[in-house]
Design a protein around this ligand. Structure first.
Ligand code: AMP
Ligand code: ZN
Length: 486
């Protein structure tokens, strides 16, 4: 099947091809965090979807150049700095660092570039673009000294959001006299300085001020990726006005089609409502880690549902993520035991499990791809139960796993230690030693379970947990695993 994605602009599934025919280079721009607080896991749903997109394109042999901006100047960051009585950069810096920490925890590939809006290079570009828009009649300075985009002069305005401008005029929700704009939908390109901005501001031909959020992205995207970009992503809340405005500004300056394909992910919900800072119904990554979950478990929970389907966040869902990953871990362990030396010898066999990649080709249908993975696990486990899976086949599936794990990045990266009745403690990797204290607790726990003293066994599990080790009871005995990402 051809690789295809749902393009928000056309509202259709379209076959994907890079803008330069024959080229394997793909440019992607993704709207990054506004660093006025720590990002919540809703934001990370968007970043995980973008990570899946990049990794799948790479699996298909494309070379991806991805840019993710950091919005480090806007109303919220200025207000935050002012309340904290520190400079803007001092205020945003810890949130930038926290963001990089969190993407590492979730194994999200770093973008090639993370431009920050306050970088003078991009401020210069924003000013240059605004100058061109004014010269073309697409921008104007109003009485309040701010500069606005004249949406009536850009006939395609509203095409991305499939928005009827006459509706915008008729709602009357925003009082006209609060604004000095010609049209209620005109948006700020340059906001004139006022007292609330404190020492935040840059000189421009229109006086001291700061850029609007939308022009920040247009400037950084075109500066780093050129006038035409293959794919632009974000959450659905970015469609209007942010991405609509990005199109108007960028195309208003370059006269070229800004983006070939627009991909937007649905929201992460809590009790049916969007997870957001303003509703206060959010969790950060450290919040979820504190509950004992790991980065890869959060990664799984945020990735497992198709990106265009709203995903409800629940603790039950986190438990399911843990169980699903546990099944993958156990399966890999079994395959490795059977494959033995075959693993190194066997060649990569592309006939194994093409269904996984096919599902992702179809607009990143991860639910179908994971469905295939778990069906494979079920079938191969059944064969292993009956001693019907030979070493070469086990090695073939492991090679397949290594390939798809380039996309999923779900592997635990840690070894397990089994505690089985009548069996000596066994480690699969001597470099990953089991501390004596942990070994002693695990041994005691195995004895407690044999004696059916479940209260004691639960206590011992908690003690192991506190030391950073997870105890799981499987039909093959007790499995002790170092927790990752904590
Ligand atoms: P912000 O920091 O608010 O500009 O958002 C950064 C990214 O996270 C944008 O792509 C948003 O669309 C996305 N986003 C915000 N909230 C959610 C949510 N609850 N679910 C999914 N994506 C979200
Ligand atoms: Zn943006």
């Amino acid at each position: 099947m051809a690789l295809r994605f749902f393009n928000t602009y056309s509202r259709k599934l379209e076959n994907f091809a890079p803008r330069d025919p024959g080229s394997r280079n793909v440019s992607i721009y993704t709207c990054g965090p506004t660093v006025y607080s720590r990002a919540h896991i809703g934001n990370f749903r968007a970043y995980i979807f973008e990570d899946l997109l990049q990794r799948h394109l790479e699996l298909r042999g494309y070379k991806v150049h991805r840019v993710m901006n950091i919005t480090d100047v806007d109303d919220k960051t200025i207000r935050g700095a002012c309340d904290a009585k520190v400079s803007l950069s001092k205020f945003t810096e810890p949130f930038k660092q926290a963001f990089f920490e969190d993407i590492k925890t979730l194994r999200i590939k770093r973008a090639d570039e993370f431009p920050a809006a306050t970088d003078q290079r991009y401020i210069d570009r924003m000013i240059e673009m605004i100058g061109v828009l004014i010269a073309r009649g697409l921008g104007y300075q109003a009485e309040d000294k701010s500069v606005y985009f004249r949406i009536n002069k850009f006939p395609n305005y509203g095409k991305l959001a499939h928005f009827d401008l006459t509706q915008l005029q008729s709602t009357g929700r925003v009082k006209h006299d609060e604004y000095d704009k010609e049209h209620i939908g005109d948006f700020a390109l340059w906001k004139a300085w006022d007292e609330e901005d404190g020492d935040v501001g840059w000189e421009s031909p229109w006086g001291r001020g700061r850029p609007g959020w939308h022009i920040e992205c247009s400037a950084m995207a075109t500066a780093l990726l050129g006038d035409r970009i293959d794919i632009h992503c974000g959450g659905v809340d970015n469609i209007f006005p942010h991405h609509e405005a990005e199109i108007a500004q960028s195309e208003g300056v370059t006269g070229k089609q800004f983006v070939r394909m627009w991909l937007h992910c649905a929201h992460l919900l809590v009790d049916g409502q969007k997870m957001s800072k303003s509703l206060g119904n959010f969790y950060t990554i450290p919040d979820v880690l504190t509950k004992g979950y790991t980065g890869r478990e959060i990664r799984y929970a945020l990735m497992r549902v198709h990106y265009r389907v709203p995903l409800n966040f629940t603790w039950e869902g986190m438990k399911e993520a843990r169980e699903s990953l546990g099944r993958i871990d156990d399966w890999l362990q079994r395959l490795r035991e059977i494959a033995g030396d075959e693993l190194d010898k066997s060649k990569i066999d592309n006939h194994f499990g093409h269904e996984f990649g096919d599902a992702l080709d179809d607009d990143l249908n991860i639910s179908a791809a994971l469905g295939f993975l778990f069906e494979t696990i079920r079938e191969t486990n059944r064969a292993m139960d009956r001693n019907k899976l030979d070493a070469a086949t086990a090695a073939g599936w492991l090679n397949w796993w290594n390939r798809i794990n380039e996309v999923l990045d779900f592997e635990s990266g840690t070894r397990h230690f089994w505690f089985r009745p009548l069996e000596v403690t066994r480690s699969f990797d001597s470099s990953d030693a089991l501390p004596e204290e942990v070994s002693k607790l695990a041994e005691e726990r195995m004895q407690a379970r044999l004696a059916k003293d479940f209260r004691k066994s639960d206590e011992l599990r908690d003690q192991l947990n506190a030391l950073g080790w997870e105890a799981r009871d499987t039909k093959d005995g007790q499995k002790i695993t170092r927790r990752v990402g904590v």
